[in-house]
Design a protein around this ligand. Structure first.
Ligand code: SF4
Length: 446
């Protein structure tokens, strides 16, 4: 369709869902004849796939946009696109703020990039943020890795956590059919991929919106059923999934993860706060006691399982005592990894307008104290690997040391060891761990 070879560059902010969306949009652009440009200034089409989970994530895109908008005055045929959650949140307002923009498209429209871009190339300025049913995308995503791949299984979220902007910008839950997910995984297996991560904002909600699922709660489709259904996909050696929700996490799922050999013993289950009053104000739908029982149950079935989570400090009204309950939970559970953040009021979320906001000083003080404890506990947890033999799926060469390769254990621990990437890429290697750090390991192939 395009005569002159046009080059594109995508910058992705935020979560794995955004990374997976960017890979699909890149695939669509390459199908349209565009070619990737590593350097944004060498591209004729610039796409920012944005995140609005916290204010600093949102502000980042405006600084990038400002520069490209200036560039567009010298290069009028430059195409500027904003996709993702800021696009959905701001919509038309973004055009008023950056009139040089050609296309503003919400996450639900990622698979429609070809149609929307055609309207732009025909001379229109386009805003696509209306809620739609997400169509299955047949385009071959341009994936960052040739060894591991993201596979979306459910889009959107029906929860109403009072701090979270996701339901507003990603819409209501839309599960893909088990058949569509399996055929994507089969295609990945044929292409030589070894590991798949199944993705969903609230992955435990998978299937409850699919036909056949009954309001009585006797769901025909659940994440556990899906894991069982895709487990024997040829060539795929490892299956991971994220992000779990303690409210819907079941023992049936834990048992399936123990019984299904390809499912890795790594669970990402955000708890957000260790205090029940704060959890109530967040509308998370579980107590810290329930959360602890879930972790205990996982460790009952898989004593060595890796546990990671997310936590927010400085939620409106959080007292020092309530914050200490978060520290206590982190101390007691001992996470392999914990993503931490200070509460950031988001547009359109209930908690953003509450009058008991905490000061930035208090929030950053608590964040610092929590991060200190997290690093300490992660270093303690890492000790268990010393001297052990771990299976590492080799993904890349170590960018800092070309004589080494790097990959992950089944517990999702980044591991480095000496080896040749040409020979080892995509292979699972037994590695004896000789050195441990809080968040990564070093070893020798054995
Ligand atoms: S479960 Fe809560 S925190 Fe997670 S995406 Fe949904 S609304 Fe946001």
């Amino acid at each position: 369709m395009t005569t002159k070879l046009r080059r594109y560059h995508i910058t992705t902010f935020g979560c794995q869902m955004n990374k997976a969306d960017s890979e699909r949009m890149a695939g669509i652009l390459e199908d349209m004849g565009f070619e990737w440009s590593e350097n944004p200034d060498g591209a004729d089409l610039i796409l920012y796939n944005t995140c609005t989970i916290r204010d600093n994530a949102e502000q980042k895109v405006y600084s990038y946009l400002g520069r490209q908008a200036k560039r567009k005055h010298e290069q009028p045929d430059l195409t500027l696109i904003v996709a993702g959650c800021v696009a959905q949140q701001e919509g038309e307002q973004l055009l008023r703020r950056v009139p040089e923009l050609d296309l503003v498209m919400g996450p639900q429209h990622a698979n429609r990039l070809q149609d929307l871009l055609q309207q732009v190339l025909d001379g229109s300025q386009v805003v696509a943020t209306e809620p739609i049913h997400i169509v299955e995308d047949i385009t071959k995503p341009r994936r960052d890795s040739t060894v591991t791949a993201w596979v979306n299984i459910i889009y959107g979220c029906n929860e109403r956590c009072t701090y979270c902007v996701v339901p507003n910008v990603r819409g209501t839950e839309q599960s893909r059919t088990p058949e569509a997910i399996r055929s994507e995984m089969e295609e990945l297996g044929r292409q030589g991929y070894k590991e798949v991560t199944l993705l969903g904002q609230n992955i435990d909600a998978y299937g409850r919106d699919l036909p056949g699922s009954t309001p009585s709660g006797r769901h025909m489709h659940t994440l556990t059923d899906l894991l069982d259904y895709v487990h024997d996909v040829p060539e795929i050696e490892r299956i991971r999934f994220a992000t779990s929700h303690p409210r819907y996490f079941t023992e049936r799922l834990i048992r399936a993860c123990q019984e299904l050999p390809k499912v890795c013993e790594h669970f990402h289950i955000p708890f957000q706060s260790g205090d029940n009053e704060v959890l109530k104000a967040m509308k998370r739908g579980y107590t810290q006691e329930k959360y602890r029982r879930i972790i205990d149950k996982i460790r009952e079935y898989m004593p060595d399982a890796s546990i990671s989570a997310d936590a927010i400090v400085g939620f409106p009204g959080e007292t020092e005592k309530q914050f200490e309950n978060t520290l206590k939970l982190v101390e007691d559970i001992g996470f392999d990894q914990l993503n931490t953040a200070a509460y950031s009021p988001r547009p359109g979320t209930p908690a953003a307008i509450w009058d008991n906001q905490l000061s930035e000083e208090v929030k950053s003080d608590r964040l610092q104290r929590l991060n200190h404890l997290v690093a300490q506990k992660a270093a303690e947890r890492s000790q268990r690997y010393l001297g052990r033999i771990e299976e590492v799926l080799v993904e890349e060469q170590n960018p800092k040391n070309p004589s080494q390769v790097m990959g992950r254990t089944r517990g999702n621990r980044l591991t480095f060891f000496s080896g040749n990437i040409e020979q080892l890429k995509g292979r699972t290697v037994k590695v004896k761990i000789t050195e441990v750090r809080a968040f990564s390991l070093t070893g020798e192939p054995c």
